[in-house]
Structures are given as C-alpha cells and as structure tokens.
Design a protein. Structure first.
Length: 490
C-alpha cells in the first residue's frame, strides 16, 4: 500500500512498483483524484486517512508492505503533534493487520546536532522515523536531503532562483553543504526496500555521489541550462525565516513550503553511510551524479513531461464541504455568478481552450486583476498564482492549476476548479461545453462562493462589482479564442 499516492513521490512510486510486479493499493482521502493517472486502472484505490484508525484498519488489511509518504507540514503550529499521532496510529494498525514491513521516506539529519536544535520539519521527520523503528513492524527508514527531479519543490526553488536572478543577494545558508539525490534513485531505493529481509529494521542515508553547497548547485544549474554565470552575494542577515519569504516572492514555491526547506539548510546534511547498497545494489553509473540528474529534470520540464509536481498533493486542511452541484446542497448561503455565451466554433475547439486555461496560457480575463489577486494571496501566506500547470495542454483530476485545483473533469464537457487561495469560505469555478437544440456550441461558466461568517459575505459583496470585468471578460475571451482557434494569453 502506498499512502500519499496523490503526492510528488507517491505518484511516481506507484507505477514503479507496478512495473516491478507488485500489486498496489493506494490510500487517498479523495480516491477520485487518482483516476486520471496513467496507472489508475492497474492499482486499487481506497478511501482513508492516516489519522483515522477505522479507515486504516480496512486499508491495511491483506497488505504485505506499507509505504508511509505523508506528513502534516503546513497544517499549522501543531503539525508535529499531528505527525506523531498519525505515525503511531499507522504503526499500530500495520501491526494489527500483519504488515511485514513499513517503508518511510524521511529527511537526512546532521550528525552531532541536538534534535531540539533542528528545524521543526527535520525534527518531526526524525521522530516519525523513530516511531516506526520502535514499533513491532520492521521498518526501512530512508533519509534524503535535496531531491532533484522535474517538479520537486527543491528543484523548482533551484530552477526559479537561478533563472530569474542573474545577480542574487542570498542568505548565508547557500554555503551549507548538502548531498542531493536524483528522484530516479529515490524511487529505486524505495522499490528495493519492499524486498528487504524481515530482520532489517534501521535507517538508511540515501544521496547522490556529489556533496555540494547550494551556491554550487545554482551555478551548476546555470551551466546545465546554458545560462550566463550567476553572481551570488551572501548576506548573513537573511535568516531562514526571512529568506523563505524571499524564495516565495521569486519562485512558485510559497513561503509555507519554502520555510522548512530553507530551515533544513542551516546545518550540513551529508550521508554518513551507504549501507542500502547491500540490499538494493547500485547499477553502473548510479546513483546519478548531480549534473546528470539536473539535466534529466531540465529536459523533462522543457519537453512538458512532468509526471507529478510538488503541488500534486492537496493542501492540508482543504475544505471538504459538499459540492455546489449536490441537489440538496446544505450550509446556508451560496453566491453564484453565471455566464452563457454562443460560440462560433466546434465543441472540440471550445474544450481545447477550456482545458488549456491557466499557467502560461493565462486566464482569458483582466490580467492585472488576476495578478493582484495572486499577490494578495501570497501576502497572506497562500499559494499565489505562480504554481502554473503540470502539463501545458492536458489536465487530470487532482492537478493544481495556479491557485485552483482540478476537482472534476469530464473531457469535452466539464472542468470544475476548486479555489485554494486564502478565502473566507470555499469557492468553485465551473466551465461547460454545451450544444443547444439547433446543434450550436454554447459556453457556460459558473462561479460559486459559500461564505463563512460575516467576513465571507463582506468579501463577496466587496469583489462582486469586479465580476463583470473578471468573469464576464473571461467568458467572452474564451468564446472568442475558441472561435479563432487560438490560445492567446489575455
């Protein structure tokens, strides 16, 4: 069983396990988000949550090896307690179900540094690993530092900082040594861990052959991406907390995710053993050197072949209210903005424009309004507008799309997006392709907002005067783009 199958590592691990001949069950709070993955028809998907004992008991029944790839980072100041409770529950239910092995991917911690001095992120990862090692179920706890792969948060930070800033004033942590590893090698070690002997119960440091500072990684990225040499000027006053906001401004990675990544760079994190090779032998040329892993990631991005991204997993604490389309939708007020337009194009042409919305293709509306909304969301700690798309042309259920997430997609007919920006209530945006009685194409667009409290009502009425420009303009421009057969950024 793979927990976190909708996330960056989990979404890539499932096909690797299937390819190795394993039968795979995927645990997800919303299994429908997995249905559009290429491997969905080959793996079983079950509904469950690692904090719910009853669902875990059902999900772990008949499982031989359980992969634990979830964490509560980003759920607030109490995330360490949530991680602790979930890990203990998972270990207890795995033991009760007769699971043979738990495999956990954690963070590489510095040797000789007291645990209380570690960042909360690394401290929690270390504690979760210890919980599994102390449980009756044998565990393989793999510890990695920076994971390099197309779409990983670490790679996106490195990529955008290097590409966007030819001259960088950087924090002192750019001189901290770390040992990056390519995502292909992480997956290889994870798959191999399923076959470890029952007596193995320990941690394994996993890393590539290169030990580098972040400054060296940025300069190597510039070389691999054929960019001019970058000028890097470290400034000691930029603490990890301050620099996380700097990273949030420059890259698509929000400060809430950048902070644990940058805080983890306060201490040197290098591997002190490579014992995993006893059980998962290295192939010639593996683990991949940093430059080679980087080149593969850059090529995947440029060829638009990114299988999963750091934003693949749903935001912790995302609302789970009923859909606005439920017949007996409950919960008080539901504000709507609806638009209907005829389209001088085929349904297929209209759908192509709808499915291509967002990211570099834009939102077919007043650009400044969307940009300002994205900046405001970043300012209050949200994801902002820069997450972009996993694929430039095609969407699947569960994909992140700027500050939206694809909640439902019916190819050729419906795209429903759920807002993940900071709002006083959940919001949705629906886009439909329809035909009238005469066989003519029509575009239907619906925006919904369910206000929470007085602030929610005030928010809707404060922005409703702009809906004619934002939502009205979007509907008209989508219809126009479909009629022209173009996908112009507007």
């Amino acid at each position: 069983m793979v927990t976190g199958a909708s996330g960056y590592i989990g979404g890539r691990l499932v096909p690797e396990l299937l390819g190795a001949g394993h039968r795979v069950r995927c645990l997800a709070r919303t299994p429908s988000k997995l249905r559009d993955h290429p491997w969905a028809g080959e793996a079983e998907a079950v509904r469950g949550d690692v904090t719910d004992a009853e669902s875990m008991a059902v999900a772990l029944r008949g499982i031989d090896v359980a992969y634990y790839l979830v964490h509560a980072l980003g759920t607030g100041s109490g995330f360490e307690e949530t991680d602790r409770r979930a890990a203990r529950l998972f270990a207890e239910q795995a033991h009760a179900a007769g699971v043979r092995r738990i495999v956990y991917l954690g963070g590489l911690t510095p040797r000789g540094v007291p645990e209380q001095s570690l960042s909360p992120h690394l401290r929690s990862r270390a504690e979760v690993g210890r919980i599994f090692l102390d449980s009756p179920v044998p565990a393989s706890v793999l510890r990695a530092a920076v994971v390099i792969g197309s779409g990983s948060a670490s790679f996106e930070m490195l990529r955008y900082l290097t590409e966007r800033l030819p001259v960088m004033v950087t924090p002192s942590w750019v001189h901290t040594r770390t040992q990056p590893i390519g995502v292909r090698d992480v997956l290889r070690y994870l798959v191999g861990s399923a076959s470890m002997p029952d007596g193995v119960n320990r941690t394994f440091d996993i890393g590539g052959p290169d030990v580098l500072t972040y400054q060296e990684m940025m300069r190597r990225y510039a070389a691999v991406a054929a960019l001019p040499r970058r000028i890097i000027v470290p400034v000691p006053v930029l603490t990890p907390r301050l620099s996380s906001h700097w990273v949030g401004l420059v890259t698509p990675v929000p400060a809430s995710i950048a902070r644990p990544l940058t805080e983890s760079l306060r201490h040197e994190v290098v591997c002190h053993e490579h014992d995993i090779a006893r059980y998962v032998p290295d192939l010639p040329g593996r683990p991949l050197p940093f430059d080679e892993a980087l080149a593969l990631a850059v090529r995947r991005v440029r060829e638009a072949q990114v299988a999963t991204r750091w934003s693949s997993a749903a935001l912790p604490g995302a609302p789970s209210d009923p859909l606005p389309t439920d017949p007996d939708w409950a919960g008080g007020s539901l504000y709507r903005d609806e638009r209907h337009l005829p389209v001088e194009a085929s349904p297929q042409a209209l759908w192509k424009v709808i499915e291509g919305i967002g990211g570099d293709n834009g939102w077919y509306s007043f650009p400044l309004a969307w940009a300002v909304r994205g900046w405001l969301d970043r300012f209050v700690g949200g994801v902002g507008l820069r997450r972009g798309r996993r694929d430039a042309e095609h969407l699947r259920a569960g994909d992140s799309l700027d500050f939206w997430r694809v909640e439902e997609i019916e190819p050729g007919r419906l795209l429903r997006l759920r807002a993940e920006m900071r709002l006083p209530g959940p919001a949705w945006l629906e886009m439909y392709v329809e035909t009238d009685d005469g066989g003519h194409t029509r575009y239907r667009q619906r925006a919904f907002f369910h206000p929470h409290g007085l602030l929610g009502h005030a928010y809707w009425w404060s922005v409703s005067p702009f809906h004619a420009v934002v939502f009205g303009g979007m509907a008209r421009n989508i219809a126009h783009a479909a009629g022209k057969g173009t996908r112009t950024v507007v």
